[in-house]
Design a protein around this ligand. Structure first.
Ligand code: G3H
Ligand code: 13P
Ligand code: ZN
Length: 326
């Protein structure tokens, strides 16, 4: 076992405490490959905010648990060298398992150096969710690894589970859940959803800030997490459709609503789909404009550049955690 401290990662405790104090949210960016990882670190270094690097179960299986922590370690050394060159402060990084769905997976991630895990028992009934979450917390806290739990169910597709409809978090349950399980942060369902097709065209659903406020009242200064918060940039969707793709009616959450939510005790906002559409638009455009291209460093290098721009904007304009450097 290599602990996260040996890799130089941080758990989420201090990061979230800072986010609570300063009324911003940190990004929980999912990644699946080197280019995404480098783009996230490069953007967050430029905007000078901490970041939670997230790996879903499918991503964990795709890359391999041991490769992930070593790759993140390597990317962090590059980031630190870059920081020195640019006379910037190196940023702090948490490596987080996103939507862990079993005790065994959480243990495996912790043994591979993850500093934070989510145990998502939200698809179980309340009692089962409490039992599983508490079991993970008991193991994780022995190693100072922070744990995110979830109450309520988001609509959309996540890993191997999909839900037709939102089941909003019940504020009257949160205190009991946090007290019984000992989780360090709580993901709640307030109307966001996973994936690139969050609503039907013409629908203008709102994040239920009333539920968020009711949760805030019950938990007082406790880190809340919002999943399913991609805004699905329409310029990227336009490019995808223009250059041979088929993603009609892909719609995300209004950025202004996420901005409002980020000012509350929401400490982390999860973003995955925005990276996916940005990458897909970039590759489609490159191939359409340069049909002779076959060097992955060319088209994936362009992907990396486009991702950096998207993340920088997100950190500054939506999450409020990033600063604009001169
Ligand atoms: O919340 C879920 C993430 O978008 C993970 O998606 O299971 O396809 O990696 P994935
Ligand atoms: P999006 O699909 O909105 O990017 O949500 C990602 C997420 O919640 C990862 O846990
Ligand atoms: Zn999620």
């Amino acid at each position: 076992m290599t602990t996260y401290k040996q890799f130089g990662f941080q758990n989420t405790k201090k990061m979230y405490a800072e986010a609570l104090k300063k009324n911003y949210a940190l990004p929980g960016y999912n990644f699946n490959n080197m280019e995404q990882l480098q783009a996230i670190l490069s953007a967050c270094l430029q905007t000078q905010n901490s970041v939670v690097l997230q790996v879903s179960r499918k991503a964990y299986e795709y890359m391999g648990g041991e490769l992930i922590s070593h790759m993140v370690y390597g990317a962090m050394q590059e980031m630190k060298a870059q920081a020195k060159k640019m006379k910037l402060k190196p940023i702090t990084v948490a490596l987080h398992l996103d939507h862990g769905d079993s005790y065994e997976l959480c243990v495996s991630a912790i043994k591979n150096g993850f500093s934070s895990v989510m145990i998502d028992g939200s698809h179980f009934d309340y009692k089962e969710n409490v039992k599983l979450t508490k079991k993970v917390v008991n193991f994780a806290h022995k190693y100072n690894v922070t744990v995110e739990g979830e109450l309520g169910v988001l609509a959309g597709v996540e890993d191997y589970v999909s839900a037709e409809e939102n089941i909003y978090t019940r504020p009257e349950e949160v205190e009991n859940f946090v007290g019984k399980t000992g989780v360090d942060s709580l993901a709640i369902a307030v109307g966001t959803s996973h994936g690139a097709y969050k609503f039907k065209p013409g629908q203008h659903p709102k994040i239920r800030l009333d539920i968020l406020r009711a949760v805030e009242k019950k938990l007082k200064n406790f880190p809340i997490v919002l999943h399913g918060s991609s805004s699905i940039p329409q310029d990227a969707i336009k490019k995808i459709n223009q250059y041979g793709g088929k993603m009609p009616d892909a719609i995300g959450i209004d950025k202004r609503q996420v901005r409002e939510a980020a000012k509350t005790p929401v400490c982390k906002v999860n973003i995955d789909s925005d990276s996916r559409v940005t990458m897909t638009a970039s590759i489609r455009e490159t191939f359409a404009k340069s049909p002779e291209a076959f060097d992955p460093r060319f088209y994936l290098g362009k992907v990396r550049e486009d991702l950096v721009k998207m993340y920088v904007k997100k950190n500054i304009e939506v999450l409020g955690c990033g600063i604009k450097l001169k």
